[in-house]
Design a protein around this ligand. Structure first.
Ligand code: COA
Length: 215
């Protein structure tokens, strides 16, 4: 089992605010109406809807914990997940085995990061040709991050200590419009992913989530 959900934030998402409890509201600066905040909200709502639908348990009954390095997980469930958000989009990957996901928006990045932090082989591949260096950089970046998030160690491992062209764990990379995302899972994953619109997410939220509108 393994699914990946993608959601693009292309309109105001204020209407989702009523599905956030106080703790969730406190974790986000709702007053900052930036696309960064919107994608974080979308990630929370997406996570809550999919968990309730798949596990058939009210969200309030789920118990969460964090690994030593901060990877969040569900207690007492054979259900693994990982989320990632970037300006204008969020992704969620769920599975019955550990999983990691990372999304980035294709935007101007200082490619010197690759020279400074990446493995020599990755650097070589990125700069092998003058064209498409940014796409290759983001390909490497998201695969590295998805792998680290799969392992749950985040940036506690030096980025130059491994090379994404030589990993023992399968990673799949998807390019969709202005976004690129990679998923890492202990077993082979298909390229299938689910593109949810904000309207579909709102329908799911109405169906599965408690409204805190009067709270
Ligand atoms: C926290 C980290 C795991 C990802 O951070 P990020 O890229 O800024 O953010 P993403 O949106 O991709 O992921 C954030 C989510 O990952 C999850 N997460 C947090 N710690 C994690 C860990 N140790 N392992 C796996 N997942 C983790 C959380 O669900 C978090 O979302 P939340 O804060 O809304 O609950 C960490 O790797 C980091 O700080 N990265 C910084 C980016 C960077 O320099 N990358 C190097 C390029 S290869």
């Amino acid at each position: 089992m393994g699914e990946c959900y993608f959601i693009e934030i292309n309109e105001d998402i204020k209407k989702f605010g009523k599905f956030l409890c106080k703790t969730e509201r406190d974790s986000i600066n709702l007053k900052r109406n930036s696309l960064q905040v919107s994608s974080k909200i979308a990630a929370i709502i997406l996570k809550k809807c999919i968990f309730c639908r798949e596990l058939k348990i009210p969200y309030e009954d789920l118990v969460f914990s964090k690994s030593v390095y901060g990877k969040p997980f569900l207690k007492n469930q054979n259900f693994h997940y990982n989320i990632s958000h970037t300006i204008g989009a969020a992704v969620l990957a769920v599975s019955n085995t550990p999983i990691g996901i990372d999304i980035e928006k294709v935007r101007d990045v200082n490619l010197k990061i690759a020279k400074r932090f990446f493995h020599d082989i990755e650097e070589e591949k990125i700069f092998a040709h003058p064209e498409n260096q940014l796409r290759r950089f983001l390909y490497v970046w998201t695969r590295k991050e998805a792998y680290l998030k799969y392992q749950g160690i985040g940036l506690h491992r030096a980025l130059s200590s491994f090379n994404i062209y030589n990993l023992e764990t399968p990673v799949t990379t998807i390019e969709h419009g202005e976004f690129i995302f990679s998923i890492c899972k202990g077993t082979e994953i298909s390229n299938k992913w689910i593109n949810l619109s904000l309207n579909e997410l709102f329908e799911l939220a109405n169906c599965y989530l408690k409204s805190y509108a009067q709270a």
